[in-house]
Design a binder for this molecule. Structure first.
Ligand code: ADP
Length: 467
């Protein structure tokens, strides 16, 4: 099965390459071949006609045996052969032995009766010679003819060499493409098969699979993405298990209290002071339970997109100051200094005033929970490049850098026990992040352990003229 996929992909690419390469080589070869032949033939024919013409000119001036012998001697050592005919087509001089093949052209000479020089035979492929004929003229009358022969064997040889070169190039192409297919199979198909196998294992639940990432090409990037995906799935799987365990734990504690104190109240006869104290505990625990269930419910609806928002245009700083007003007394009580710095002009945004206020309140409540008395919280609302920013900065204990990416995960707490003591559910930042996301905004967290944390909410700003 795996083998057949490898074969299929690389064979397809290989065949495509082969067809493209061969097409290019043979079409280029065909063009070169016909160009070469045209030039080579026209060169030889022209040379042949020119030579015949110049011999005929000389003989027209001196139509004597000495001149004829001279002409014949001139062509003796050359590739050409000359035959001089008299008016009655009798051979009167020749530079080489005349065979029956030559004779065919000699008897035909003169039929055309034209004065100009002619290439009489041009068929290089089937005939043994190219032939030209030039008339010898005296006083305007033809007195004889010069017939020139050029053998076609050298043309055949040149053509054979050319065809041989084409065949060799074709063979080299096939070899090169085979090599490329082999390399492709090693470089692409094999890693792809590894990736296929790895994703299969991930689907089966083995999240520890990691692929080797070699180089930076697309296949390596794909392998890196699969590794990342596997990382994330492993993380979410762990998160889910932890989430279920945490939920169980979160629900168990208040329920134990509720049941325990309700039982005491039911069974015992106590004074109203004690009754009040127990009822108070029951109330607190049921409120905590209610908050947790509400938070979980909100988060689920936010993530599913079924959460409804009351969208309006309003000055963002108002949502912030509302939250500050709510939290100020409890900050005072804990001994935390609270400072606020508003924008120069109102920052009108489009969104759900109450939900954004809830985000700010959550950030402020976190600051109150996690920083010690005597610390400072600074809240700033400002504008920067078409966006409004709310910054909540504290000089508390800070958050370790490696924890920052997970803060907005559901039920994630940096120090689990401490957060529970302080009454946090571990859902605050997850809900805030979802609310901000639904407003096309961003939540970034900067923190240095031991120095403090800054939570920055960015929201797109609608300019007045667009309203
Ligand atoms: P919680 O309900 O537990 O506060 P959040 O989602 O609001 O849940 O916060 C997640 C975790 O981030 C908290 O448990 C806490 O450990 C950490 N955290 C949040 N804000 C601060 C802060 N200002 N300083 C230090 N740690 C913080």
């Amino acid at each position: 099965m795996l083998q057949s996929i490898r074969n299929r992909v690389s064979t397809k690419v290989g065949l495509l390459l082969l067809v493209v390469f061969l097409f290019i080589i043979f079409s280029m070869g065909g063009i070169l071949y016909s160009l070469f032949l045209t030039f080579y033939l026209s060169h030889i024919t022209e040379e042949l006609v020119q030579r015949g013409k110049s011999h005929a000119n000389v003989l027209s001036e001196h139509f004597t045996p000495t001149t004829m012998n001279h002409v014949a001697r001139m062509e003796k050592g050359s590739n050409y052969m000359v035959v001089v005919l008299d008016r009655n087509r009798n051979v009167i001089a020749n530079s080489d032995t005349i065979t029956s093949a030559h004779r065919e052209y000699l008897s035909a000479t003169g039929e055309h009766g034209a004065e100009e020089e002619l290439a009489v035979e041009k068929d290089w492929d089937k005939k043994p010679f190219l032939v030209s004929r030039s008339l010898i003229m005296q006083n305007g009358e033809p007195v004889g003819a010069v017939v020139m022969f050029s053998p076609t064997a050298p043309i055949h040889q040149a053509v054979e060499v050319l065809q041989g070169m084409l065949v060799i190039t074709g063979a080299i192409t096939v070899l090169v493409v085979t090599g490329i297919v082999f390399l492709l199979s090693r470089m692409i198909v094999r890693p792809l098969l590894q990736i296929k196998q790895a994703t299969g294992e991930i689907a089966e639940g083995n999240y520890s699979v990691r692929l080797p990432v070699q180089g930076g090409d697309e296949v390596a990037q794909l392998a890196a993405s699969v590794n990342y995906m596997s990382d994330r799935i492993e993380f979410y799987q762990k998160q889910r298990n932890e989430f279920l365990a945490d939920i169980g734990h979160e629900l168990r504690t208040p329920l134990t209290y509720l049941k325990g104190y309700a039982e005491i109240l039911r069974d015992s006869s106590m004074d109203s002071e004690e009754q009040r104290a127990y009822t108070e505990i029951i109330y607190e625990q049921s409120s905590r339970l209610q908050r947790l269930v509400q938070d979980l419910f909100d988060l689920a609806r936010l993530e599913q997109g079924t959460f409804s928002f009351q969208v309006e245009r309003f000055p963002l700083e108002e949502a912030v100051t509302d939250a500050l007003t709510l939290i100020e007394p409890s900050m005072d009580e804990k001994g935390i200094d609270l400072y606020y710095e508003g924008p120069d002009q109102p920052l009108i945004i489009r969104g759900d005033r109450q939900r954004l206020g809830q985000v700010v309140l959550n950030l402020l409540e976190n600051a109150k929970r996690y920083i010690p008395a005597g610390s400072t919280v600074r809240v700033r609302v400002k504008e920067h490049k078409d966006a409004a920013y709310i910054e909540v900065e504290d000089n508390g204990p800070g958050i370790p850098e490696e924890e920052l990416p997970y803060l907005t995960e559901r039920l994630y707490r940096v120090e689990k026990s401490r957060s529970k003591e302080t009454g946090g559910t571990g859902l605050g930042l997850a809900i805030s992040q979802e609310i901000i996301r639904k407003h096309n905004g961003s939540l970034s967290i900067e923190s240095v352990k031991g120095r403090g944390s800054t939570f920055i909410v960015g929201l797109p700003l609608k300019k007045d003229e667009e309203l």
